[in-house]
Write a new protein. Structure first.
Length: 227
């Protein structure tokens, strides 16, 4: 299963988001059950309900996403939506579930505080009969195909802060998305000469494998992407 782990929030953006969250009163955190359609016992967390603060955080995150080559070459995003800021305190959890299909093709969780700030609270995935546990440093994210069964283990001390959003990709077909992602990784792993002069030679540029790969990816986007 193809997951992406990468740092999305730079240090200054992360600090700004934390400052915004710290300005919110307890009354602005509502039960996460308001955004969950299912068995009430499945979810025990809090979600930020202040639309102004959530919107500011969404704008900051969007700017960071634009700069993330890894995310863009993995997700090929058409649009990003449905941002949630979640807080899970001691005793909180999110039992096994899958995200609804209307959310999009890919789900992303960005960890907003460090693993040392809380005990438990691992993000767990059930893949091919095995459980995989994820607990990353603040600013780092995990992106995965929406629909994979997952849960958040009970927080036994401290509090877990996370930012969650969903992405609709240009490629509805996950195989096509993975093919383009792999082509991109080959392109960025190339050690070919980078032409920095104002007017590089045409023949040298178009003969490079990185140029050819970029052209192939763009052809696939034009042919199979939802543009």
């Amino acid at each position: 299963m193809n997951f992406l782990r990468t740092k999305i929030l730079d240090d200054s953006s992360l600090l700004e988001i934390k400052k915004l969250i710290s300005c919110c009163s307890e009354s602005q955190w509502e039960t996460g059950l308001k955004t969950f359609k299912g068995v009430s016992q499945t979810k025990n967390n809090l979600e930020l309900s202040n639309p102004y603060i959530t919107g500011k955080i969404f704008d900051i995150t969007q700017e960071c996403l634009k700069k993330s080559v890894e995310f863009n070459e993995y997700a090929f995003p058409k649009d990003v939506d449905n941002i949630l800021i979640t807080k899970t305190v001691k005793g909180g959890y999110y039992h096994p579930h899958t995200d609804i299909g209307f959310n999009g093709h890919l789900s992303t969780t960005i960890f907003l505080n460090d693993p040392e700030d809380y005990s438990g609270g691992e993000l767990c995935f059930y893949v091919d009969g095995d459980e995989k546990k994820i607990k990353l440093k603040s600013g780092y994210s995990i992106t995965y195909p929406t629909g994979i069964p997952h849960r958040v283990n009970e927080v036994t001390s401290g509090e877990r802060l996370a930012l969650v959003f969903w992405t609709r990709s240009l490629f509805k077909d996950p195989i096509m998305r993975e093919i383009c992602s792999e082509l991109s990784s080959i392109k960025f792993g190339s050690d070919e000469e980078q032409f920095v002069q104002p007017f590089p030679d045409f023949e040298k540029v178009v003969s490079q494998n990185s140029f050819k790969l970029t052209n192939v990816i763009n052809k696939l986007i034009r042919t199979y992407g939802d543009i």
